[in-house]
Write a protein that binds this ligand. Structure first.
Ligand code: CDP
Length: 805
């Protein structure tokens, strides 16, 4: 009857805590047009900015004439580098220790570079005025090839003193940025020289772009009376933007409020600071009015941070039986005109040295040369933890090439080289301590799920049928086992612009037992409002439905380093759990007082403290919260709040086993994905439904990257892929069905054992798709071909292999 108290299971269920597939609370507004994005910010008297951009990839700016533009009714100002120079804002620091022009200062270094900022009463007038600004250029020789750039006499960065060190040490050429090395070079070379089997391959991970559906933008509003600057923007790290804005503008940090409203996808594109943000701030200060800058699609694709563009030359050695003995990798990293890579300061190649992957490789070496070219700046982690995606692609290709050389099954080659369960925590040859893993279990589960043996038999038959002329379709089985490294990161070695990469959560329980929690992270579609409340529900006993999660307002949220590289769960998620535990510790004192027993005589049970041995005597969290505000409790302050700043002791190491089965039409180069199986292990799973959504989205981005998406340039630096006509974004039409699966290996150092998951499918998906293409042609001798595997490239591969008769 009604009076029956809920069972323990019912109480647990009511919380919708860890492990619950709670529906996403943010979707109510997203699916009903009630989201609030930057472009929805409309302030009285607001002006609009637009850029004059360079049509050339490398040119001197001889003159800029804005007379005609300024004469257009509605145009308020045209800013150039000359206007920014007195404020020292014509250049800005990048996250990688380099500096970048805000507006062209004497020359332009990539097509689409910002030359002048037009401010007008509406967006259309601004665009018309852009056409009226006359810029005289004098063309200079263009360098689009990083290898050529390192040989060329053409000096790209005339602002840098020749021969002077860069942010990461010596530069050996005027177009060189850094050489960064890890591992034992001499020992690795010796092992490789004396090895029974060695393969060498150039693996190129092409330039692409995160291309979030919502482009980047900002609205700056300078209140000159109160000296306060409010900045709304598409920021993945709002607090860092506030600190940078303060350092650049000289406005004290407490007078700057940065707000990230709803964000329509970030994927790393919205981590850095772009000239548009700086110009909107300056324009607001100059005009005294709010100024909005919203990129169009071409602005976004051509000028904001690209991803990848890594030329990875690998050598891997093994015994005849297939035991890997050493790995050597040299990367030529094309950073474009400015090194605006978003990495922790000490890691100019991010976490690329996770490139030993899931394998127990005794000795390894990595060297990365950063190079300037006439391309857009950046080098961001596109749904990726600082270059782990490049690393995973590299090692998973090298494994396939080695398997071919050894004439061995690639699944078996992986199996005999996996780090074994009992080896964790495992220190890799390149210095990482993998916290946990169980690769064999995941691998066996995956192979069994797809009937791997059956697939191989079918593939062999297909090859025979093809040779007999009975079919024109080949079958590829793309295998991947990836190891991720997420949760940057320990303050001892991870910082961005000197800010340690901790994160934070502040929670306030209201008298009636509901709560608000604020975090230093910011959701861009990951569902934080849903899942962080679940962590708190399990920790505090307050139902997730009674907890509001707020992020993205620096006036209210505690300082945090933001959301990228799947760091939210490993870092802010840990802070959240610990803030919840602080609440519980205080609640315990209050409960003991109310129950008239010693603190140690009560114990936690789902949503209440219970007197040990007397389960009928308890106080629920709601009763405790009420007492916290209404009763004088000796030795206990009123109220129930907590804040936690969490410095993770280590990264977390999610992993996964992906298998892609692909049919390839040799005559048209078309592909069809017959099956895609994705097993992810992200430790303790907070919300299985959200995880599945993350995996589906990440796999679809991986499909895009592997099979068609590319930022391409011609020889004179014209960006050939500046619109969505040319830059591939898959729709439902191109997207296959995915089968998701999991194992659960908790992180031993994370308070709830959770690892990140958001980027795993991008990291593991790309090699799975690419390996499937390669595998289809393995029987015909294909060792390595470059992504993206669009129909034309696949056709060409088939042609080069002589398969067109
Ligand atoms: O930093 P970001 O939010 O992009 O990535 P994440 O930490 O991997 O989290 C992505 C989403 O997956 C969040 O809503 C997490 O709460 C959820 N997640 C989960 O439910 N269980 C995990 N073990 C990891 C993430």
């Amino acid at each position: 009857n009604d009076m029956t108290p809920p069972t323990r299971e019912e109480r647990v269920e009511k919380l919708k805590g860890l492990g619950s597939s709670r529906k996403r609370v943010e979707d109510a507004r997203f699916t009903q047009g009630k989201g609030n994005y930057v472009d929805d910010i409309k302030l009285p008297g607001m002006l609009h900015g637009d850029f004059v951009r360079s049509p050339y990839a490398h040119a001197r700016v001889v003159s800029i004439n804005a007379e005609a533009a300024l004469a257009l009714p509605g145009v308020v100002a045209v800013l150039t580098a000359k206007d920014l120079e007195p404020l020292s804002l014509h250049w800005m620091p990048t996250l990688a220790g380099d500096k970048q022009m805000v507006l062209a200062d004497g020359k332009v270094l990539f097509q689409g570079q910002e030359v002048a900022f037009v401010v007008a009463e509406d967006r259309y007038i601004a665009a018309d005025a852009v056409e009226l600004v006359e810029v005289e250029y004098e063309e200079l020789p263009v360098l689009v090839d990083p290898f050529e750039a390192l040989q060329s006499d053409v000096v790209l960065r005339e602002d840098l003193e020749p021969g002077a060190d860069g942010a990461h040490g010596p530069r050996r050429h005027h177009n060189h940025i850094f050489l960064w090395e890890e591992g034992d070079k001499a020992a690795t070379e010796q092992v490789i020289e004396n090895a029974e089997v060695v393969v060498e391959e150039m693996v190129y991970y092409h330039r692409t772009h995160p291309c979030p559906l919502e482009t980047c933008g900002s609205v700056a509003s300078m209140d000159k009376v109160n000296g306060k600057l409010t900045l709304w923007g598409t920021f993945q790290a709002p607090h860092v933007v506030r600190t940078v804005a303060s350092l650049l503008s000289g406005i004290e940090e407490h007078n700057i409020r940065v707000i990230s409203p709803d964000i329509g996808g970030g994927f790393g594109n919205k981590v850095g600071v772009y000239p548009g943000y700086v110009c909107s701030i300056v324009a607001s200060i100059v005009t005294g009015k709010p100024v909005k800058f919203i990129e169009d699609r071409m602005d976004n694709l051509m000028a904001t941070a690209f991803a990848r563009d890594y030329w990875m030359k690998g050598r891997i050695s093994a015994t005849k039986e297939g035991k890997i003995t050493g790995l050597h990798c040299h990367v030529t990293a094309d950073h474009g005109a400015f090194d605006a890579c978003a990495d922790p300061t000490k890691f100019p190649a991010g976490f690329f040295h996770i490139c030993t992957g899931s394998y127990d490789i005794p000795v390894a070496y990595v060297g990365v040369d950063g190079v300037y070219t006439n391309k857009a700046p950046g080098g961001v982690a596109y749904r990726c933890s600082f270059r782990v995606t490049e690393a995973a692609y590299f090692i998973e290709r090298m494994i396939e090439v080695l398997a071919m050389e050894l004439n061995m099954d690639a699944a078996e080659l992986r199996r005999i080289n996996f780090i074994r369960k009992e080896q964790f925590p495992y220190t890799s040859a390149l210095g990482w301590e993998y916290d946990s893993g169980d690769y064999h279990t995941a691998w066996d589960k995956a192979l069994e799920a797809v009937d791997y043996k059956g697939l191989r038999a079918e593939q062999a038959e297909r090859v025979e049928a093809f040779k007999r002329g009975e079919t024109r379709k080949l079958l590829g089985i793309g295998l991947t086992h990836f190891t991720e490294i997420v949760g940057a990161g320990p303050v001892k070695n991870c910082d961005i612009l000197g800010m340690g990469m901790f994160d934070s959560c502040e929670i306030r329980i209201h008298p009636t037992g509901s709560a608000v929690a604020r975090l230093g992270t910011i959701s861009q579609g990951q569902g934080h409002a849903t899942t962080f409340a679940q962590i708190l529900a399990s920790e505090t006993g307050i139902p997730a439905d009674s907890i509001t999660i707020e992020e993205g307002d620096t006036d209210t949220a505690p300082y945090g380093l933001g959301t990228y590289g799947s760091r939210s769960t490993p870092v802010a998620g840990a802070a959240t759990a610990l803030a919840g535990r602080k609440i519980r510790a205080k609640a315990q004192m209050i409960a003991a007082y109310l129950l008239e027993v010693h603190d140690n005589d009560v114990e936690w049970d789902v949503d209440r403290f219970v007197v040990k041995g007397a389960p009928e005597r308890f106080k629920t969290i709601q009763e405790i919260a009420y007492a916290a505000y209404n009763q004088a409790i000796p030795g206990v302050e009123p109220g129930l709040e907590a804040v936690s700043y969490y410095d993770p002791p280590n990264m977390t190491y999610p992993f996964g086993a992906y298998i892609c089965v692909m049919e390839i039409d040799v005559d048209t180069g078309e592909h069809e994905i017959r099956q895609f199986y994705a097993l992810d292990d992200c430790g303790t799973r907070i919300n299985p439904m959200v995880i599945e959504g993350q995996v589906h989205g990440g796999l679809t981005e991986a499909l895009a990257i592997a099979m068609g998406q590319e930022i391409a340039y011609d020889d004179i630096g014209n960006c050939k892929t500046g619109t969505l006509m040319d830059f591939f974004i898959p729709t439902a039409w191109e997207t296959p069905n995915y089968t998701t699966d999991f194992t659960e290996t908790p992180s031993p150092h994370h308070p709830i054992g959770a690892k990140g998951v958001g980027e795993s499918p991008n990291v593991g998906g790309v090699p799975a798709f690419s390996n499937a293409v390669h595998d289809a042609f393995r029987a015909f001798g294909l060792r390595q071909s470059h992504m993206p595997h669009d129909h034309w490239r696949i056709w060409k591969t088939a042609n080069q292999l002589g398969l067109h008769g």
